[in-house]
Design a protein around this ligand. Structure first.
Ligand code: ADP
Ligand code: MG
Length: 695
């Protein structure tokens, strides 16, 4: 078999790769020889040079060539083989906890050895625990390698040496048939951003030349950056492609009905803001077109996104289509149910409410209403995804709080409403402003509308940072606040991600507050309560039968109680700015002055102080999001760790944040001058996962 045809062969054709190894490599998503090239080392070891003992630093891994000075077994606590070696510049200790008598004998005084391992600071100078070592006859045998040794990520049962051998073969094949894996980034782009060619990048990363530092290779080396850059470009291209392929789908023509619109607007208890009207116009245009709308509405908390989405719903209903509204939590779904019930009271249609809680006959009835078209408006949670849910004539899907659903979820729901080559329109609402650079990466397939104006009369929330040791003062403030007829929230947050711990903390806090505030009616909501229980507490709070609501971050979205105008947030220093801003958005909904007290644990780090200050100084969600991006990096901001929304092979949004701006530029250039590379780039980086790139 010549090398050329080998390149696209399954890995089994490599020497030393068969049976179990194939299965294990496949677990790492390595199927073809070429896949090995994109499986990058986690770190490197340097066996390219012999280091002098006097030059060693703790933490280095080093290759040393030296003579045994002494070797003995010691019995302090644990049996231990202790071997001292010297290379004339200094002494180094080798320690073995597991050893054989033969080893002991072989390491006799004056024996020349080469050894390799991590240098540690020991009791008596530097040491290596369990070094790799070899007895040699002359210093020349202290074989040094030509390049740094890559250490690859493994999977259970897979040995480093096997993977390394496979990767070396793959690199050799690649180097002899480089055109089998063409460089998909045009030369002028590489030149412009000072990136190396694909060939040079892959060689640098798999077999770095002696002298390169490991930190550099894992961080800022252009070889790594170039691959991340290419991957990010591929992701953005795939979204843009999805967007353009959407054009081939038909969508229902939803034509605005003058009569319905007038009635709808007249029945509202307020006048729409300029921004709301502008976004509605954009939606009206989209929905009247033949291809499916895919639009994201970004608007700060309280900017009035819901009513805009209701207007879109009206378009569907006016044209005898159904509309599905999906929210991330039951609390939020229930609130939409209340709003939509009110706004569509005079509209002759049935509203179906579907959550996971719903069981038995009631559920069957609702599913039937959805399937036969009796229900015009369908509101629910993830439950709307279930296979048993079938729509009769779905014309529009509204998704609230997009960032909690993955890209694939939103597309899956749309597929559900597909009939023939017609797909429903889709409107997505999010209160998390997405900085432009990130939007290009993760939402490039969406059109974006921004509601950049709050309804009139909103008074900005006064935000203060107060150390937790003034807790009693704050509790006294709650007392006075409630005495004036107001309500308040107390939000418990924990550093740990554990929901159980969060809920326990909230329970403890509620108890503590109940004992210090005996005259105040206190309620508790947390994530481990049943939805019905939660809702009951929320409703009681809304009806002002409770004064203080102790909650975990479950109240982040959707809670709307205008009379609750004081919020205390514990441990704010551990939350993202955007999340804090979302929480804070629960107050400031009424006509009285509102307060948000950030109760931090002193002392605050400089960075934390800076972050909390931003929150005090501005109530503009976009400014806050940009700062959040600057201070925390994009990975955390998008909450990708939790949702796994963006999965990259090589790119790391934290490390590669500096690339985002150029990625968008490069994508534009590639689309314009090298459109022939689009498909290949997407295939290389997204491969089979581009289920939704339907071209
Ligand atoms: P969000 O954008 O955070 O989802 P909502 O849609 O829940 O905001 O709206 C927040 C509150 O503002 C609701 O009580 C809603 O009825 C009200 N509202 C929406 N638009 C206007 C407006 N133009 N004028 C006054 N109040 C409005
Ligand atoms: Mg909302």
């Amino acid at each position: 078999m010549d090398a050329r045809s080998q390149f696209n062969q399954p890995i089994v054709s490599l020497k030393g790769v068969g049976g179990q190894t194939v299965i294990r490599l496949e677990k790492l998503d390595i199927h073809q020889i070429r896949d090995l090239l994109f499986h990058l080392p986690l770190r490197y070891e340097d066996r390219t040079r012999i280091q002098q003992i006097s030059q060693l630093r703790a933490g280095d891994t080093a290759l040393v060539c030296a003579r045994v000075v002494s070797c003995s077994i010691s019995h302090h606590g644990r049996r231990l083989l202790n071997c001292q070696i010297s290379d004339e510049t200094g002494l180094l200790n080798l320690r073995f906890f597991h050893f054989t008598a033969k080893q002991h004998n072989n390491l006799s005084a004056n024996t020349l050895i080469s050894c390799f391992g991590e240098i540690k600071e020991g009791y008596s100078g530097f040491e290596i625990i369990h070094p790799e070592y070899k007895i040699i006859q002359s210093a020349e045998q202290c074989i040094t390698q030509d390049s740094l040794t890559p250490i690859y990520p493994l999977t259970e049962g897979l040995r480093q040496s096997i993977l390394r051998k496979a990767a070396t073969q793959a690199l050799d094949i690649y180097n002899s048939t480089a055109d089998e894996l063409p460089d998909l980034l045009p030369e002028n782009i590489l030149k412009h951003y000072k990136f190396p060619s694909l060939n040079s990048a892959l060689n640098t990363l798999h077999a770095p030349a002696a002298g390169l530092s490991t930190d550099n290779l894992l961080g800022t080396n252009p070889a790594l950056k170039r691959l991340a850059f290419e991957e990010l470009i591929a992701h953005q291209l795939s979204q843009l492609q999805r967007k353009s392929s959407d054009k081939q789908w038909q969508a229902p023509n939803l034509i605005e009905s003058q009569q319905h619109s007038e009635a709808f607007l007249k029945a509202l208890s307020f006048k729409l803001t300029q921004a709301q009207q502008r976004v509605i116009k954009e939606i009206v245009v989209d929905c009247a077109s033949n291809s499916p709308m895919l639009r994201l509405i970004q608007g700060d908390v309280g900017s009035g996104k819901t009513v805009v989405s209701a207007y879109a719903a009206l378009l569907a209903l006016s044209n005898q289509y159904q509309v599905a509204i999906m929210a991330p939590t039951e609390l939020l779904a229930e609130q939409h149910l209340r709003n939509f019930s009110l706004w569509f009271e005079d509209f002759n249609t049935q509203i179906a409410y579907l959550t996971g809680q719903l069981k038995g006959k009631k559920r069957e009835q609702i599913l039937k209403d959805i399937a036969d078209g009796t229900a015009g408006i369908i509101i629910g949670t993830h439950a709307l995804f279930q296979d048993s849910v079938n729509f009769s004539r779905l014309g529009l899907i509204i998704i609230d709080e997009q960032h909690r659903f993955g890209v694939n979820q939103r597309l899956a729901l749309r597929d559900k409403g597909q009939t023939g080559n017609t797909k429903p329109h889709q409107l997505i609402m999010t209160a998390t402003p997405i900085p432009r650079t990130l939007a290009m990466l993760n939402y490039a397939d969406l059109d974006i509308s921004v509601i950049d104006e709050l309804p009139p009369g909103r008074i900005p929330v006064i935000t203060r940072a107060i150390p937790a040791d003034r807790r009693d003062e704050i509790i006294a403030k709650i007392n006075a606040w409630v005495a004036q007829g107001h309500q308040a929230y107390w939000v418990c947050t924990l550093i740990e991600e554990s929901e159980i711990l969060q809920c326990e903390a909230a329970e403890d806090t509620a108890q503590y507050l109940a004992s210090s505030l005996p005259n105040i009616r206190i309620g508790l909501v947390h994530g481990r309560m049943k939805a019905a229980e939660k809702e009951k507490v929320m409703l009681t709070f809304k009806q002002h039968e409770l004064d203080l609501l102790v909650a975990t971050t479950v109240i982040e979205v959707g809670v709307d109680v205008p009379n609750s105008s004081l919020m205390i947030i514990e441990n704010p220093e551990h939350l993202g700015l955007s999340q804090l801003h979302q929480l804070r958005g629960r107050v400031g909904r009424g006509s009285t002055e509102s307060y948000c007290l950030l109760m931090y644990k002193a002392p605050l780090s400089h960075k934390s102080r800076e972050r909390l200050n931003i929150l005090r100084e501005t109530s503009d969600g976009f400014v806050i999001a940009e700062k959040d991006l600057e201070l925390r990096g994009p990975g955390e901001m998008m909450g990708t760790r939790q949702t796994g929304q963006m999965q990259f092979k090589i790119a790391d949004l934290e490390r590669d944040a500096d690339l985002l701006e150029s990625v968008s530029e490069a994508v534009t250039l590639i689309q314009k001058h090298h459109p022939e590379n689009n498909q290949a780039l997407i295939k290389r980086w997204l491969g089979s996962t581009t289920k939704y790139a339907e071209v």
